[in-house]
Design a protein around this ligand. Structure first.
Ligand code: AMP
Length: 401
């Protein structure tokens, strides 16, 4: 990565506006998972220790440009204050009187947290006046919100793109995410195996195509496997299929052949009469070969032979990236495929990278988190990185000289 980080500039006495990702899960006003707060701590602590005036901002949930106290960041300010062991001044607005006062009064080594940026309609609309006002709070912009780096919103990119802040650098979280993921994509230690799952092919079109060019083996599971199987002429019963993507799937099968890459599809599958409702309801299932899927049933997980096949493929790898569950893992009866892949990743010595979202949750739930090389904090952002896209929240930052 060639972007400047907080280490490359002098932050002493400077007002640093730090875009963090404090979009933490909450239940009844209580934070249920602090990972995102913890992810931002190295940068916040570094800035405090180096005498910066730290002004934090983040979004939380989807309040759609309206003030909605369900999504207030106040509980995060309180918790952050406990973790840091110092006061975090909470501004009750983003660019209003409260924020003006907090920013005017902040001293070196002190921390302010602004209210949810998405309480302002200008955030998602990239409104110039909003960005200009936010920029007036800082001398330096620090982006450390990897989870929103793929969004081109006011506080994630536009504030710099419009030229309102000149000094724009990344924090340690973005630096780490990029150095692990971008490096593995550009210079993977081979064999390089990519595992893709999840519901829809359409969501991962560009990822599949880009990864086929980079990896040696591409493994497909989850709901999207059935569109591939249908493209190969199989009867997939009532399984999730995106008929519009059949041509694309055929192209990908051909692309893999012409590039001499291995493309793994399920050889057997777990079928049931219908989708579980509720999702964790008890369900009666069968393991069948993909050539023998009953017309009135649907595939909801990879079968046992496929689990073994995929686990073996993972074992041969030196680099593995994984995004998307192998089946409806929210249901214990349909979690076998996802568990098998997670276990194979946990057991290999290869560099293992989990691309956030459901796969990260599954790995954490199974207790394998500390066995992985890297678990990304951004599901959407890491997918866009796997697609080969440049993320706006990173592209806008200053290059190293
Ligand atoms: P995604 O957001 O695209 O990563 O998809 C994740 C979702 O895909 C999870 O909620 C899974 O339950 C769902 N999923 C995985 N396999 C299947 C399948 N075979 N049929 C329907 N949904 C699936």
């Amino acid at each position: 990565m060639n972007k400047k980080s907080v280490r490359d500039i002098d932050v002493k006495g400077k007002r640093c506006l730090v875009r963090v990702d404090f979009n933490v899960p909450m239940k009844d006003g209580v934070i249920t998972d602090e990972n995102r707060i913890n992810g931002a701590l190295p940068t916040i602590k570094y800035l405090i220790e180096n005498g910066a005036k730290v002004i934090l901002c983040s979004h939380m949930g989807k309040p759609k440009g309206q003030v909605n106290m369900k999504y207030t960041l106040k509980p995060v300010a309180d918790r952050l204050s406990e973790i840091l062991g110092q006061k975090v001044v909470f501004a009750t607005d983003v660019i209003g009187e409260s924020a003006d006062k907090a920013v005017a009064e902040v001293k070196d080594g002190e921390v302010v947290l602004l209210e949810n940026t998405r309480f302002e309609a200008g955030e998602e609309k990239r409104d110039e006046a909003f960005c200009k006002k936010l920029a007036s709070y800082c001398d330096v912009f620090v982006n450390d919100a990897f989870g929103t780096a793929h969004r081109s919103h006011g506080s994630t990119a536009a504030i710099v793109e419009y030229g309102f802040v000149k000094d724009a650098v990344c924090g340690f979280l973005i630096e780490k995410e990029l150095s692990v993921m971008a490096d593995s994509l550009e210079r993977p230690v081979r064999p390089f195996v990519a595992v893709l799952g999840g519901a829809k092919v359409a969501d991962k079109l560009k990822v599949i195509s880009n990864l086929l060019e980079k990896c040696d083996t591409l493994i497909i599971g989850g709901g999207m496997a059935y569109t591939f199987l249908k493209a190969k002429g199989l009867n997939v019963g009532k399984s999730l299929v995106d008929d519009e993507q059949i041509g694309y799937c055929l192209d990908m099968i051909k692309k893999a052949e012409s590039l001499n890459k291995k493309l793994y599809l399920p050889v057997d599958t777990i079928v049931a009469k219908s989708f579980p409702d509720p999702i964790d309801a008890e369900i009666e299932v069968k393991n069948v070969a993909v050539e023998e899927m009953p017309a009135d049933e649907m595939g909801l997980d990879i079968g046992e032979k496929t689990q073994a096949l995929y686990a073996d493929a993972v074992k041969t790898a030196k680099t593995v990236i994984w995004n998307g569950p192998m089946g409806v893992f929210e249901n214990p009866t349909l979690a076998g495929g996802t568990i098998a892949v997670a276990k194979a990743l946990a057991e290999t010595d290869a560099t293992t990278i989990i691309g956030g979202g459901d796969s990260a949750a599954a790995v954490a739930e199974l207790g394998f988190a500390d066995k992985m090389t890297h678990i990304s904090t951004g599901g959407g952002a890491s997918l866009e990185l796997f697609e080969g896209k440049v993320l706006p929240g990173i592209a806008c930052l200053n290059e190293k000289e």
